[in-house]
Design a protein around this ligand. Sequence first.
Ligand code: F6P
Length: 552
Amino acid sequence: MTEAPPLKACPAWGKLQAHFVRIGRVHLRELFARDADRGRRLALEAEGLYLDYSKNRVDDEALRLLVELARESRLGERIDAMFAGQPINVTEGRAVLHTALRVPPGRRVPVGGRDVGPEVHAVLERMSAFAERVRCGRHLGYTGRAIRNVVNIGIGGSDLGPVMAYEALRFYSDRELRFAFVSNVDGTDFAEAVGGLAPAETLFIVSSKTFTTVETMTNARTARQWLLAGLGVDAGNQAEARRAVAAHFVAVSTSVEKVTEFGIDPANMFGFWDWVGGRYSMSSAIGLSTMIAIGPAAFREMLAGFHAMDEHFRSAPFERNMPVLMGLLTVWYVNFFGVGAVAVLPYDQYLRRFPAYLQQLTMESNGKSVTLDGRRVDYATGPVYFGEPGTNGQHSFYQLLHQGTALIPCDFIGFRRSLNPLPGHHDLLTANLFAQSAALAFGKTADEARAEGTPPALVEHRVFEGNRPSNTLLADALTPAVLGKLVALYEHNVFTQGAIWRINSFDQYGVELGKVLAGRILPDLDPGRTPDPTHDGSTARLIEIYRSKESS
Ligand code: F6P
């Protein structure tokens, strides 16, 4: 892979700067007026997803230059390197191969010269057999009762993917089973998740790539105590405790040693590999809870959806490549318009956790200030991602999207068919979706406000300046395959952004300092100890106040 030149040294960067001066302030009203066909022309269909990107502040030249920037940034070579299993996660010396998790059986997947395809499919087979056993009531707990409750314990990528997918695919899930997700180390999360569950019918999936994450290990230990106490098993009776844990605990991890150390039999472990990043792991064994919920066949449909988008990303020319275009448009706004946030607005209640899922995917990936070769960037990188399902967001933060001072590009996501077609609902929902992107783009002028009879004193308040960009993604219905395509679309969108910014989208050193400091602070929360005198003044005082809770 030849190294890309520094971003600002790319000829296309300078050309984009010059072009921004020409196009940056042109209103979307004018862009649409100039080209009657814009709504059709600036759109793309791929793998059953329809992307309307016509409401972006670009003309053909801007799009051409953005693609030129992608070429000069060697995006194609980076994509090839990722799919070829090269160690593109340079800081950790690892390949980045979540795409290998969804390759159909029989295809070679080389990592460091080894074909990992058979291993991937062997895990999928084991997951399928286990999921079927639970779904059919054949996986029995310690007392011989069938499992009815599945609790995933994990955090970050070991939680957000499973929660999001469970919510997104709930329509397809087995309603006889109850699912809960515990992530926060706050005891409330565990207490509320297991409240009302019968231990004899509860299965815990301890999901952790490393099996060292303190939140997950703390929750897993609490779960073990809760289980043994609930089953009336004496924790000191090691043989019985082991039998109970074996029936009620499975692990998903890359570390057999750590899983064994915790007391879970490796026979009850589903593995994955260090070339799967936590936030890219929902199509690995981390998706076990999803598979139990929707069944192995539907899970494979989801994987096929992921794979279809992977292949599109890998092979479509940049001009017609959905994740590439979305990534480049984000770069355009972040680096030339000074945008700091992107809203993702799914018009489907089942996607209510999709924005939360994307927060980790996007911000843990591209929240970086140092290039691959360790130099501080001299341009902005990853924006904040946030969102809520429509129409709830409309009655909350859309005010700022329409009339605030910040420019926030939006991704609207909608479906032609509802999975719950109650009379009068879906058309109304969809009308709102289309109306919002139109209102953002075209706004309302002072003349239009006056013509509506707005009192003069209110005219300025009623003006919508418009020119606020958005993408609209449409699919037929929210199926497992469509969910896979959507997630892969954002994974590769993030990849594209990271490649342009020359950053490593696959490490997350930024989460470490806080963890280390928490380790130093924890012992000092014990009032019996003399606190470490080297805490900073604010932390020392906060500790003092916390410790005084005993006397208050
Ligand atoms: O927040 C840091 C992080 O490493 C994430 O990248 C990861 O998804 C999460 O912690 C959980 O890690 P693990 O699966 O190893 O418990």
